[in-house]
Design a protein around this ligand. Structure first.
Ligand code: KG4
Ligand code: ZN
Length: 352
């Protein structure tokens, strides 16, 4: 008899839930995106996000139960993101899962949002341990050597902004709506003038450096300077497209460069050559990044694993899957588990 887990995700601006069984069947998957609400403010407003989560959490869970044709009592366990993230939102999802677990006397599983992103390729393609993970999201940019569901070594991280944040902030400066990542990607596709793109000088910090860290804050400043150089008013579309494309070339070149060194660090941690690269988090939905990583992986004999875009950005399925991994190891949590606004990967879990 397979186990069936409900996973809830409310750490940012998606109210999401999913029901998954231990055979990797996604029985239900529903995401209510608050994007439109936050667009008017140019970014996520934590207080508004928390209120929306309160409004949407039960309808989203009920939709999932209907879709799966299951009663809550037929589920094995209830899981939710308990951090890191915007604490008001995290509390909403966590309390919903704890409430159902308490009422039905079933296990509650506290999930680290980053761990869930990193484990997603094991849901979508049964990726085997160990692997090198590149986590690129709105709040994080990290390389991890993933040994097991509970053992992950941090190999490199951003020293300032996350990659998704660089996309979002640059897009905002260009007058594009939130979230900026997909907008920059769409705009860049309209550029066909490489010479025009090259005219935009954007920094590529740490190129060739013997570590796997990133820095994107200088890029944000350079983007602002380029944008301010335009006459006032909307940027002409051909120029905006060239700048968006220059931005993507810049960040992707940086990522590929850092991947080379991350492979070496991986080898020293895991003690073998890397065979598998998984790219996870919202920015992994970017098709230009995916193409360049595919070329890189071919050159280095790596199997590249990128989840479908809907499972790269925040969703309940990744939470339910991470909970399955923990449940299979006998790891469940008590109902006094505290929500953690900051919860770095690789650190011991705090409980109670
Ligand atoms: O993982 P995620 O959904 O939420 C966090 O945990 O942060 O990632 C959201 C980030 C946002 O910064 C968004 O702009 C970016 O992922 N993103 C993209 C694309 N789709 C989402 N960035 C570049 N290209 C995309 N297609
Ligand atoms: Zn995320």
């Amino acid at each position: 008899m397979s186990t069936v887990i409900l996973g809830i995700e409310t750490s940012c601006d998606e109210t999401a839930a999913a029901i998954i069984d231990s055979d990797r069947n996604i029985l239900a998957h529903h995401v209510y995106s608050q994007m439109k609400t936050h667009r008017a403010h140019g970014g996520v407003v934590p207080e508004i996000a928390a209120r929306k989560h309160v409004e949407k959490i039960m309808p989203v869970i009920e939709t999932c139960l209907d879709e799966a044709g299951l009663k809550p009592s037929q589920l094995t366990a209830f899981a939710a993101t308990c951090g890191p993230g915007l604490i008001g939102g995290v509390m909403v999802g966590m309390m919903a899962a704890k409430g159902m677990a308490a009422a039905l006397d079933k296990p509650f599983i506290a999930v680290n949002h980053l761990e869930a992103h990193v484990l997603t390729p094991r849901l979508t393609s049964n990726l085997e341990f160990p692997y090198l993970a590149l986590l690129v999201s709105g709040g994080h940019t990290q390389f991890l050597a993933v040994e097991s569901a509970t053992t992950m070594h941090l190999l490199g991280t951003t020293r300032d902004d996350a990659l998704g944040e660089a996309f979002d902030k640059s897009a905002k400066m260009m007058g594009l709506p939130y979230p900026g990542g997909p907008e920059i990607e769409k705009l860049a596709l309209k550029s066909n003038d490489r010479e025009k793109e090259k005219a935009y000088k954007l920094p590529r910090p740490f190129l060739g450096a013997k570590h796997a860290d990133f820095s994107f804050s200088g890029l944000k400043t350079a983007m602002r300077q380029n944008i301010e150089a335009f006459p006032e008013g909307p940027i002409p579309e051909t120029e905006a497209a060239a700048l968006a494309s220059a931005f993507q070339h810049c960040v992707v070149e940086t990522i590929i460069d850092r991947c080379q060194y991350a492979l070496e660090l991986y080898k020293s941690h895991i003690g073998e050559n890397c065979a598998r690269l998984a790219v996870v988090g919202g920015v992994a939905a970017n098709q230009y990044l995916a193409q360049q990583l595919a070329d890189f992986s071919n050159t280095h004999n790596l199997t590249l694993d990128i989840a479908p875009p809907a499972l790269c950005t925040d969703n309940g399925a990744m939470i339910a899957w991470a909970a399955h991994e923990r449940y299979a190891l006998g790891r469940v949590d008590t109902l006094d588990f505290k929500a953690l606004p900051r919860w770095p990967l690789g650190k011991a879990r705090k409980n109670g």
